[in-house]
Every structure is written in C-alpha cells, then in structure tokens.
Design a protein around this ligand. Sequence first.
Ligand code: ADE
Ligand code: ZN
Length: 336
Amino acid sequence: MNINSFIKNLPKAELHLHIEGTLEPELMFELAGRNGIKLPYNSVKEIEDAYNFNNLQDFLDLYYQGMNVLINVKDFYDLTTAYIEKVHSQSVKHIEIFFDPQAHTSRGIRFETVFEGISSALAEGEKKCGITYRIIMCFLRHLDQDDAFRTLEMALPFKDRIIGVGLDSSEKGYPPSKFRDVFLKAREEGFLAVAHAGEEGPAEYIREALELLDVKRIDHGNAILDDDELTKYVADRQIALTVCPLSNLKLKVVAHMDDHPLTEMLAKGLLVTINSDDPSYFGGYVNENYEAVQKSFGLEVAVLAELAKNSFKAAFIDEDKKLELCREVEEYLEKF
Ligand code: ADE
Ligand code: ZN
C-alpha cells in the first residue's frame, strides 16, 4: 500500500471546517441559476483563476461574495450534503463544522433557514454514512460585539444542537479581548468556546483567547511558537491546535509548505490536528492536507496515525468514544 492510500483509509476527524468554504464552483453556478443570481464569473475556470490570494482578507472578500448564492434551506442542505459525501470517501468518521450566521443574517437570510439546512443534512449524513457531528457557530470578529450578542440570542432556541461558539474572519486588529463579554455569556449558556488565533495575528491573541475567552481549542495557532512560555502552557495542558496546512499556504501564512510549523509543533509536544478550513478555496479536503504535509516533511505512517488520533482526542465527544476511535486508528496502523 502506498502512503496516500494509507491516508485515504486512515480513520480521522475534521475539526476546523467552515461549511461555507466547501462551496465548490459547480454548485455555486447551480445555486446562482436556481436563485436567479448573477455571478461575476462566466465559468468554473474563471472562478478557479480568481482564487489567488495574498492574505486572509483577499480570501474573505471572495468567500463572503461566494456565499450570496445560499438563500433557501435546500441550498444549505445541498452544500452540507456535498461536503459529507466528500469526506465519507476520505475515511472521516467525525466532523465538527463551523458556520457563520452573521454572513447570512446580514443579507436578510433567517438564522433558522441556515440552521435547518445545515443540521438536517448532518443528521441525514449520520444516519446514512455513520459520520457523527458537532456544530459550532462563529462570530465574525470584524463586526462589533453587539452584533455577536444579537446572534447569540438567535442561537439560544437551538442551543441543544450547537456545541460551541467560535471566532473567525479578519484577525489583525480584531483581538479576542473585543469579544470577552459575549463569550462569557455564551459559556454561561453552556456553549464551549474555540477561536481562530495566531493565523495572521500574534501569539498574544492566542494567549487572550485562552485567558479571556476560555477556549478549549485554538484554531490555527501558527504564531504560538513565537512564545516559548505559551507553547509550554498549551502543550502541558494538551489544548489542541486545529492546523490547516493548505489554507496557510494559499493565504501566504507560510511561503512554502516546507516552512510550515507543523513538525516543530509536534516536536514541542503540542496536540496538533490536520484540517482543511475552506477546502473549495484552498485546493484540498482533509486528506489532501495530510498528503501535503506528508510529502513536505516525509512523515512516517506512525506520525500520520498520531495526527489522526489527535483529531479524535481533541474532538468534543465523550471519553469512551475517543478511546474507541483511537483504537481503530491503532488497529489500522498495526494491519499496515
Ligand atoms: N473564515 C473562513 N475561513 C477563515 C480563516 N481561515 N480565517 C479566518 N476566518 C475564516
Ligand atoms: Zn478557519
């Protein structure tokens, strides 16, 4: 068996995935047609050519534009179903997906419409494919905290079905401290907290996310290695980082995959997981992310299995389930 077929069949979880970032150009055209929306592109090729980003903001501009085709429950359902079918073919056993309610409510789409489409597809995916799931609602950090509070209010009727709150969008200049109160309220309501931090922003934002927002995982966390004390703190507590290699390359967080901090993170004892972030925009789903780092760093199968086990250890699932899924990875490795 070659290494890519090892990756293909390796049981794994994906913990950092924006469902709106799975919108493939073909589906974008289909939904635009269905909803009578004129796209600024004439072909799939034109869309793909536009996906050349110099930084996070370049990407976000197209990401928010792309999701304008998502209008009805069925659009969100089709988007989510397409993602589930994709990861089902990649041996993904568990997914924890983000959605950005404010990117839709600001366009006049109801929170309920978005949530119903996404959650019904996930429930059906679990029944059909056995892929378990969690839903995390992100606040957009370029908007103000009052907007996040209003979004939290809208989510309360669904709080049994939303495991946590996250923080995403433009990072630099929008520190976690801006959202301290809304995260406090969300935690009081029973939501777990995660936050994007240290993607383009400094290690200080990771520290703030931990100290002020009480996050259980850090999304990205690339900048952590700039701060030895913080690195040790996060490693000692095994607070997971949801790392996204192809995203980091496409958004020029790293100039080359060989410069990615992944192996140094592992060497420092950090609980690192591999994820795809916005696969349609960054040229690969979770397995292509494993493949990219395997190729750059010549990772052995044991390391790939460790990364897969980390994805289960870091998931918001109970301890017995984590053990069972980690055992599956070990058995798979032994057979190999
Ligand atoms: N929203 C979608 N993808 C994102 C990313 N990589 N960073 C911040 N916000 C995002
Ligand atoms: Zn992200």
